[in-house]
Design a protein around this ligand. Structure first.
Ligand code: SAM
Length: 385
C-alpha cells in the first residue's frame, strides 16, 4: 500500500456550519465532494491530494485520509484492528507519532484511554515486526493517527494536517475575543464582497477580518504562511508534490487589493492588528486607523462592504452599554455607508435588534459554541428601516 498514490476516502473537517464554504473551496480546487455533513465534507483521493487540500483551504480544520474501517464495541476491538494494520506503510520504525480521537461510545468516558490503547497497538506491532518502535507523545509534530469511533463503527485515519488549519498562523497576538481565522474567512465568503470594492472593518480588534479580506483579494492561500504539516512525516511523503503546490500558490498571488480599512478605538488593538497583518504579509494592503468607529473612513461611492464584529456582552451592565453601541452601529451604517452592504456578526439577537435596520439575510454560524448570525443590511439610498 502506497498512501501517496492509493486513493481512499478523505474527510475534510471544519467548524460546525462552515461546510458550505469548505465544499465550495474543495470544488473550486477541481475535486468532487461526495457528501457533506455538519462538520465536514467527504471526497476521494490520495495523500498527495491531501497536500493540495491542506495548502489551499481557508475554512477547514483537518484533512483526514482513511486507512481502514472496522466494527468496534470495546477498546480491545480497537486494539486488535489497529495492531493488524501494516503501520510500516505510514510510520518509520524510528519515527514519531501521536494519536487523537473523537469518540461517541457508551463504554468510553475518557478519550485518553482509547488513545493509549491505539498507541500501544502500534508500538506492539512495530516491536513484534522490527524489534523497535517509533516514539510517541502528545505533540502533533510527527505522523498523526486519528480515530473516529461512533457506536459500533470505527474509522482509522491519518490526520495529514496536525495542528488545526483553522488558524492561519499570523495571529500571535490574539487580542480581545478574536474570531477564528477560518470562521472570519467564511463570513467574508458568505457575504457579497467582490474583492474589487472597498472592505471596511471598524472595531477590527486583532484585525482578523481585514487580514482575511486582504488574503482573499490577493489570492494568498494559507499554505504560504505555514511550513509544517503532519503529511511531511508520513512514509512515502512526496516533497516534489508539496514544492509544486507551493510554487503554484506563489504564482497565484496578485499584489493588487482594493481599499481595505481597519479601525479600532484602542491603539493597542490597532498595533496588534498591524503586527498580525505584517506576519500575514498584507500590512501594506490595509489602512489602519485609531478612532471611535463612526469616524472610520468610508470611501464615498465605494459600493463595497462594511464588516462589524462587536462584543456580544455577558453581564447585564455590559449589555446595557452595548445597546447604545449597536444603535450607533445602525446610525453609522444608515448615515455614512450608503451604497455599501453592511454586515454585523453577533451572538446576541436582542442586541442586533438595536441596530434598527431591516436585515436582507441572516447566515447562521457558530463561534466558541455560541449560536451566531451574520446579519446583512443593504444600505442603498432611501432603503426601508
Ligand atoms: C469582539 S472585538 C473584535 C474582534 C475581531 N473581530 C478580531 O478578530 O480580533 C470588538 C472590538 O471592538 C472595539 N471597540 C469597542 N468599542 C469601540 C468603539 N466605540 N469604536 C471602535 N472600536 C470599538 C474593541 O476595542 C474590540 O477590539
Amino acid at each position: 500500500m502506497d498512501v501517496s498514490r492509493n486513493k481512499s476516502r478523505i474527510i475534510v473537517t471544519c467548524l460546525k456550519r462552515l461546510t458550505p464554504w469548505v465544499e465550495k473551496e474543495i470544488s473550486d480546487l477541481g475535486f468532487k465532494p461526495l457528501r457533506s455533513f455538519s462538520t465536514g465534507v467527504e471526497l476521494h483521493g490520495t495523500v498527495n491530494d491531501c497536500i493540495r487540500l491542506n495548502l489551499n483551504l481557508r475554512c477547514a480544520s483537518q484533512v483526514l485520509y482513511l486507512l481502514r474501517e472496522f466494527p468496534a464495541r470495546h477498546p480491545n476491538d480497537v486494539y486488535r484492528y489497529v495492531k493488524e494494520f501494516p503501520w510500516e506503510v505510514a510510520i518509520e520504525p524510528d519515527g514519531y507519532f501521536s494519536v487523537t480521537s473523537n469518540v461517541w461510545q457508551d463504554s468510553i468516558t475518557n478519550n485518553l484511554f482509547v488513545n493509549v490503547r491505539i498507541k500501544d497497538a502500534i508500538a506492539d506491532r512495530f516491536r513484534e515486526k522490527t524489534g523497535k518502535r517509533p516514539d510517541s507523545g502528545a505533540e502533533l509534530n510527527g505522523v498523526v493517527v486519528h480515530l473516529y469511533w461512533k457506536d459500533n463503527r470505527a474509522l482509522l485515519f491519518l490526520d495529514t494536517t496536525g495542528p488545526s488549519m483553522a488558524r492561519h498562523g499570523y495571529r500571535k497576538q490574539p487580542g480581545k475575543a478574536p474570531m477564528l481565522e477560518a470562521l472570519a474567512a467564511a463570513t467574508i465568503l458568505a457575504g457579497k464582497w467582490n474583492r474589487r470594492t472597498p472592505f471596511i472593518n471598524p472595531m477590527c480588534g486583532s484585525g482578523t477580518l481585514a487580514i482575511e479580506a486582504a488574503l482573499l483579494a490577493t489570492q494568498r492561500k494559507p499554505g504560504l504562511l505555514r511550513s509544517s504539516y503532519a503529511f511531511q512525516h508520513i512514509v512515502g511523503y512526496d516533497p516534489a508534490c508539496y514544492e509544486e503546490e507551493l510554487r503554484k500558490l506563489k504564482n497565484e498571488v496578485a499584489d493588487f487589493a482594493p481599499e481595505i480599512i481597519a479601525s479600532d478605538i484602542r491603539p493597542e488593538a490597532v498595533a496588534e492588528a498591524r503586527a498580525n497583518a505584517k506576519r500575514a504579509e498584507v500590512e501594506h494592503l490595509i489602512r489602519f486607523e485609531v478612532c471611535d468607529f463612526p469616524d472610520t473612513t468610508v470611501p464615498s461611492g465605494g459600493n463595497g462592504v462594511v464588516y462589524f464584529n462587536p462584543e456580544y456582552g455577558e453581564r447585564l451592565g455590559e449589555i446595557k452599554e452595548l445597546e447604545t453601541t449597536y444603535k450607533r452601529i445602525g446610525d453609522f451604517l444608515k448615515q455614512k455607508c450608503t451604497g455599501y452592504t453592511g454586515y454585523v456578526f453577533t451572538a446576541n439577537p436582542e442586541l442586533a435588534k438595536k441596530i434598527g435596520l431591516r436585515s436582507s439575510r441572516k447566515t447562521e454560524f457558530y463561534s466558541a459554541q455560541l449560536d451566531c448570525r451574520l446579519m446583512e443590511y443593504e444600505l442603498y439610498a432611501g432603503r426601508k428601516t
